[in-house]
Design a protein around this ligand. Structure first.
Ligand code: CAA
Length: 258
């Protein structure tokens, strides 16, 4: 499929999606969201892809949902089309890891999209914010729920109530991003991380992701119980035998996804 708002690249076992709507700073219009969903579905089905990197341009990861598209919406049109739920959340149901590589603006829906990914690597010029309040709305793609889980109530509340923008250093300090790299090296670095993940056992990677995500959905006791069951199940896998034998025999593991 040819896309108008995104670009797709395959780098070894890594699928790269680049949001590409430069004139609108990658504002997330319906068509872009639908293309992104399509690309993610294709990556999920493609056995050659083992990890995904989602990025934008150096100037903007994404400056939010498309304000020009949203402006005429009514309550009933937003409700009936199930705006946001329909399409946007695709990244949250990917089983393969999705790394957000964020440079420049990640505002509103752009910040929310990045937070839906498994982790965020930021360029030193990245800027994160939920400025929706200035438009007379509130974040609608999970910002009021995910941001406090990343940065705590005080900072999230301040950002949502004032629309203040956070720079990369503050984002790293407050736990929003896993680390900050120079802007010129962002995509290369994210791909390097993704390639590392792609070399590991795919079922174990998926289980690990599922287990970490459970931490945000359940109590500590239930989460630990869930983790323990997954952990036990891995002793039935060839990859556990291979990983541990390789360590003992001082050689690299040869995982078979089994
Ligand atoms: N939607 C639609 N178009 C947008 C956009 C958006 N979110 N953000 C930027 N653009 C467009 C601008 O309208 C402009 O287009 P024209 O050249 O046709 O006028 C173009 O992108 C370049 O933007 P600027 O001239 O404003 O660039 P700048 O460098 O001066 O400022 C900016 C950059 C600070 C990011 C500014 O564009 C801005 O504040 N954008 C809006 C950010 C925002 O409010 N995002 C939240 C959207 S609501 C949301 O996301 C809801 C949700 O939770 C899902």
């Amino acid at each position: 499929m040819t896309y108008k708002n995104i670009e797709i690249e395959f780098i070894g076992k890594v699928g790269l999606v680049r949001l590409n709507r430069p004139k609108a700073l990658n504002a997330l219009c319906d068509e872009l969201i639908s293309e992104l969903g399509h690309a993610l579905d294709d990556f999920e089905k493609n056995d050659e892809v083992r990890c995904v990197v989602l990025t934008g341009s150096e100037k903007a990861f994404a400056a939010g949902a498309d304000i020009k598209e949203m402006a005429p919406k009514t309550y009933m049109s937003a409700y009936m089309e199930d705006f946001i739920t329909n399409g946007w959340e695709k990244v949250t149901v990917c089983r393969k890891p999705v790394i957000a590589a964020v440079s420049g603006f990640a505002l509103g829906g752009g910040c929310e999209l990045a937070m839906m990914c498994d982790f965020i690597i930021a360029a030193d010029n990245a800027q994160f914010g939920q400025p929706e309040i200035k438009l007379g709305i509130i974040p609608g793609a999970g910002g009021t729920q995910r941001l406090p889980r990343f940065v705590g109530k005080s900072k999230a509340m301040e950002m949502v109530l004032t629309g203040r923008i956070m720079d990369a250093a503050e984002a790293e300090r407050s736990g929003l991003v896993s680390r900050v790299v120079p802007a010129a090296e962002l995509v290369e670095e994210a791909i390097k991380v993704a390639e590392g993940i792609a070399k590991l056992s795919m079922p174990v990677t998926i289980l690990a992701k599922e287990s970490v995500n459970r931490a945000f959905e359940t109590t500590l006791q239930e989460g630990v119980r869930f983790e323990r069951r997954l952990f036990h199940s891995l002793f039935a896998s060839d990859d556990q035998k291979e990983g541990m034998s390789a360590f003992i025999e001082k050689r690299p593991p040869n995982f078979k996804d089994n």
